[in-house]
Design a protein around this ligand. Structure first.
Ligand SMILES: C[S@@+](CC[C@H](N)C(=O)[O-])C[C@H]1O[C@@H](n2cnc3c(N)ncnc32)[C@H](O)[C@@H]1O
Length: 327
């Protein structure tokens, strides 16, 4: 059987791989890419270990400072200080519990009346383990940001199965998230609303000007450094559903492509739902280095780029942990 070719990049169609085909030896450039990826992974692991050590040192230092503080006090003063610390903690917990209650109310309301946004998770087989991990971090971040919005969207995870589902299930509290988790495709999940589905893709000719509450916007759950160029456009065309791209070009010049990450696209949609202002939403979410006006940092090569993405990812992780650990 002839392998189906992806017309956009000449690669074998990801949805229709030929099982009889022998693995081809890697080209020189693919070998180089693989080596670079391995180096990147090693650097990432090293950085993670360093950060863990730093965290442990910080915790130990704080514990010592507290003990030293107590040691210099009389019994009476010590009891007072311990009590006031307990009181502070209690107030903080109360505040968090109130905020959590309000957030749950907003998310329940969004289930009824909010904008439906789907994350299409049917691309697991095209990503490496670490790309899937990065996507999971982005999903956590999107959920956390959505929960903080005054008008949250109603988020859907469709095609939620295989490794991505396994990794998502490892997130503490994931089973309590107010989100739709479907292992079927969005076409089945919205079988009576196919006409209302709009796949967001940077390759569409149609520009999105407004968010229509009756429409369901789909974002491709893919971390691929644009290795799979045009894949979401092709998928939507094959399924006969509408497509649209964000109106980035009307508001800002980008330093390279207009392909954004999953969390950036969702955060832009959430900002737009609150402000109805594309310009403000783009400027708040798209990092300076991706904009044309940005300084010479744009000229840095891919390693630098990866390093910044890595930093962004660890920042995202920190924010998610802050928000979700209080769930
Ligand atoms: C990292 S991109 C994946 C790029 C992938 N090669 C593709 O063909 O879609 C993640 C997703 O964000 C959405 N996206 C990214 N940039 C976009 C843009 N400028 N307009 C609309 N959607 C965009 C798309 O749904 C895309 O699948």
């Amino acid at each position: 059987m002839e392998a189906t070719q992806n017309k956009h990049n000449g690669q074998e169609s990801p949805s229709n791989p030929n099982p009889n085909r022998q693995p081809q030896p890697l080209s020189k450039s693919a070998q180089k890419k693989l080596l670079k990826q391995k180096k990147f992974e090693a650097k990432k692991a090293e950085k993670k270990a360093l950060m863990k050590e730093q965290k442990q040192r910080d915790a130990e230092r704080k514990r010592k400072e507290w003990e030293e503080k107590l040691a210099g006090l009389t019994e009476d003063e010590r009891l007072k200080l311990i009590d006031s610390r307990k009181e502070l903690r209690r107030e903080r917990m109360e505040k968090r519990s109130d905020e959590r209650g309000q957030k749950i109310q907003r998310l329940i309301q969004a289930k009824e009346t909010g904008q439906n946004i789907v994350l299409d998770l049917e691309f697991s087989h095209l990503m490496t383990h670490s790309e899937i991990h990065s996507l999971v971090q982005q999903i956590m971040y999107c959920y956390a940001v959505n929960g903080r919005c005054s008008f949250p969207a109603h988020l859907w995870l469709t095609g939620c199965k295989a490794e991505i589902e396994t990794q998502l299930r490892r997130i503490p509290g994931f089973d309590k998230w107010i989100i739709e988790k479907e292992n079927q495709c969005y076409i089945q999940a919205f079988s009576d609303q196919k006409d209302h589905l709009v796949y967001l893709t940077a390759d569409s000719e149609t520009v999105l000007h407004e968010l229509d509450p009756t429409k369901v916007y789909i974002v491709g759950g893919l971390v691929d450094r644009n290795r799979w160029k045009g894949i979401t456009m092709k998928k939507a065309e094959e399924q006969g559903i509408r497509t649209a791209k964000l109106p980035i070009a009307s508001y800002m010049k980008m330093s390279s492509s207009q392909v954004l990450t999953v969390n950036q696209v969702i955060e832009i949609l959430l900002k737009f739902l609150e402000t109805r202002d594309w310009k403000a939403s783009f400027f708040q979410v798209i990092p300076q280095r991706k904009r044309y006006e940005a300084d010479s940092e744009n000229c840095e090569e891919v390693d630098g780029e990866e390093c910044k993405e890595e930093n962004e990812e660890s920042e995202r992780k920190k924010k998610c942990i802050e928000v979700l650990s209080h769930e």
